[in-house]
Design a protein around this ligand. Structure first.
Ligand code: AMP
Length: 433
């Protein structure tokens, strides 16, 4: 079987690495991929951009690709799955209509409200309908969100209502481009965040191992929001009871409602949740794809053949699918370029990859490329080192040993990925899924 993976980040390297373990798979193409996928045994890069939908369809037809897995949201929102389906190709991911769940925050908030799925109270505004008096009547802090895709950066937490008004105005003035033409302003939720990621076949929901990412740049969750500086799995915050509540109160109602509205959802479905102190889950956002960096530690624990699960999903039979996990914990630490999440320098040679390859664990590439046979940096998030261990603390040690073997000029990373789980472990609380 020939598999195509669309995308070029750490998530896509992890997807390609995982698919390469399948005995059914003979060839794996990654469009466009990175240095890590270029060097991964059994995997080759093809020079087609992730958002070149006609180019991807042409390649899949010409190469007789049996299964395509879409990594990033961009091509999904552009309708890559619709285009593949129209050409008779099997492509795992949501249709353009279903991908609206990530493409528009206003769409999602209205959808959640309509179906009474728990989420923060909110208002949606355009420049024409904006009402500063409404904002000033709310209780601060408030969260101001650009409606459209803004690479995970279009969310601003405002300490005062005045700041929320100013932030909203700045979004209308183009701070996030067209993504800010519409703005959602919502209540600030207290609690602990968790990522809940499932595979969905239109009707059935197969939850994957739980995980938690770290969005802030610096240790102790300080500094600006980023695309994600690390993640670990499982996430002890999602106890078996909370897991059941999330399935009952969020995942099933969402999938049922989408089907009932005529936009059945097939693909990875990622709910970003805030879990309140009393265990109540509320939806912060949906992503229509696997998370990055959550994919790296989650797939490091997956024992089941991912291509078999994608096939089951495309055939609508996820209800009979089983997924088996390595009981060990996994921790993924993102190694980022200096300056990230703002502009970064590119083209720095990365040292230590050969030494790291001799150590236990796995280094997934993200913003890397090959230049004259050397691996050089080409983006903000450059690598993700993943360690496994009997405890999160042991997995953390393995991931950090890999990170310590690697360097380039300006490399930065957090030293505390998994700290909440480690604190729970030390306090002796029960294990999670
Ligand atoms: P989003 O892209 O909507 O998930 O927002 C990015 C990040 O902003 C989330 O991961 C949270 O850390 C934070 N955030 C978003 N909405 C809220 C909210 N209503 N209350 C508290 N924090 C939030």
């Amino acid at each position: 079987m020939k598999v195509l993976i669309i995308g070029s980040g750490g998530r896509e390297h992890a997807l390609a690495w995982k698919v390469a373990q399948s005995p059914r798979v003979t060839e794996i193409h990654v469009a466009p991929g990175n240095a890590g996928t270029a060097l991964e045994p059994g995997v080759r890069n093809v020079d087609i951009a992730a958002d070149d939908v006609p180019g991807l369809v042409r390649h899949a037809l010409a190469e007789r690709i049996d299964l395509t897995i879409v990594g990033p949201e961009g091509p999904l929102v552009l309708g890559v799955v619709d285009a593949f389906a129209a050409a008779g190709l099997r492509c795992y991911g949501p249709s353009r209509d279903a991908a609206q769940l990530e493409g528009s925050k206003a769409f999602t908030k209205d959808f959640l409200a309509r179906h009474r799925i728990p989420t923060a109270a909110y208002g949606t505004f355009t420049r024409e309908t904006f009402d500063p008096a409404w904002v000033r009547a709310q209780r601060a802090p408030l969260v101001v969100k650009a409606d459209g895709l803004a690479a995970g950066k279009g969310v601003v937490i405002c300490a005062t209502t005045d700041e929320a008004v100013a932030t909203t105005q700045a979004m209308f003035d183009g701070r996030f481009g067209k993504a800010g033409d519409k703005v959602v302003i919502e209540e600030f939720l207290e609690g602990e965040e968790a990522s809940f990621i499932a595979m969905v076949d239109g009707t059935h929901v197969l939850p994957l191992a739980t995980s938690q990412d770290h969005k802030r740049l610096r240790d102790a969750d300080e500094g600006p929001n980023t695309g994600g500086m690390g993640a670990y799995s499982p996430a002890p915050v999602v106890t078996p009871e909370i897991h059941d509540r999330v399935m009952r109160e969020v995942m099933w109602p969402t999938v049922q409602a989408l089907a009932a509205e005529g936009t059945p959802y097939v693909g990875f479905l990622y709910a970003g949740l805030m879990i309140a102190a009393d265990g109540t889950p509320k939806v912060l956002e949906f992503n229509c794809r696997f998370g990055d960096p959550e994919t790296q530690p989650v797939l490091a624990r997956m024992r089941t053949d991912l291509t078999a699960l994608c096939d089951a999903a495309l055939d609508g039979r996820l209800d009979s699918a089983q997924v088996e996990w390595d009981p060990r914990a996994a921790v993924g630490v993102v190694l980022a370029a200096g300056g990230y999440p703002d502009a970064v320098r590119k083209g720095d040679v990365i040292h230590g990859l050969d030494a790291a390859a001799q150590l236990p664990g796995k280094v997934f590439h993200a913003g890397t490329t090959l230049r004259d046979g050397k691996v050089v940096t080409s983006g903000g998030r450059v690598l993700c080192t993943v360690g496994l261990g009997a405890t999160v603390e042991a997995a953390q040690r393995q991931a950090y040993a890999l990170a310590a073997a690697i360097c380039w000029e300006g490399m930065q990373y957090r030293r505390d990925i998994g700290h909440r789980a480690v604190e729970r472990e030390r306090a002796g609380s029960s294990p999670a899924r």
